[in-house]
Ligand binder design. Structure first.
Ligand code: SF4
Length: 142
C-alpha cells in the first residue's frame, strides 16, 4: 500500500510517498528532500503528533477564556483525552502570554501555555473609572 503525505516541516511542502507492507510497516519512504521529511513521514505512520490549540476558563479575568496551545506536539491519539483535561482546568487572572497553564499534559512532556494576556476584572474597571473621571472634568489621560 502507498500512502501519500505532504511534508509540513518547511514551506517547500514536498510530496512524500510511504510504502507499507501488509502488516502496515514502513518499507520505503521517497519524495522527501531532506532527513526532516523522512522523520516526519515515519512519525506520521507510527505515532502522528499535533500541536493542540484550544482555550481555558479564566477566573476573575476581563474575559472568560484564554487561548492556549501545547508548547510541542503531542500524540494525535491523546488529543481527545487532552481536551478533557484542559476543559476541566481553570486559571486565575492575570494571565500573560507564555504563562504555563498546565504542565506535562498527560505525561507527554508538553506544557499548555497561554497565547494571549488576560487582565483581572478589577484592573479594567479601575482604568475605566479613571477615564470616566477625566472625561467628566474635561482633562485627558494620555
Ligand atoms: S522533506 Fe525537507 S525540504 Fe521537503 S518539505 Fe520536508 S523539511 Fe522541507
Amino acid at each position: 500500500m502507498i500512502k501519500k503525505l505532504v511534508c509540513i516541516q518547511c514551506p517547500l511542502g514536498c510530496e512524500i510517498e510511504v510504502e507499507l507492507n501488509e502488516k502496515m510497516e514502513v518499507v520505503e519512504i521517497k519524495g522527501n528532500k531532506c532527513p526532516r521529511g523522512y522523520n516526519y513521514a515515519m512519525e506520521e505512520m507510527v505515532d502522528p503528533k499535533r500541536i493542540l490549540t484550544t482555550s481555558v476558563k479564566v477566573e476573575g479575568g476581563d474575559i472568560e477564556l484564554v487561548s492556549v496551545k501545547t508548547d510541542k506536539p503531542i500524540p494525535k491519539r491523546l488529543l481527545k483525552e487532552a481536551m478533557e483535561v484542559i476543559r476541566k482546568a481553570r486559571v486565575k487572572a492575570p494571565v500573560h502570554v507564555g504563562d504555563v497553564v498546565l504542565t506535562d499534559l498527560l505525561g507527554t512532556g508538553a506544557n499548555v501555555v497561554a497565547t494571549r494576556t488576560i487582565r483581572p476584572k478589577a484592573l479594567k474597571r479601575k482604568k475605566t473609572d479613571a477615564n470616566s473621571a477625566h472625561k467628566r472634568c474635561g482633562s485627558m489621560k494620555i
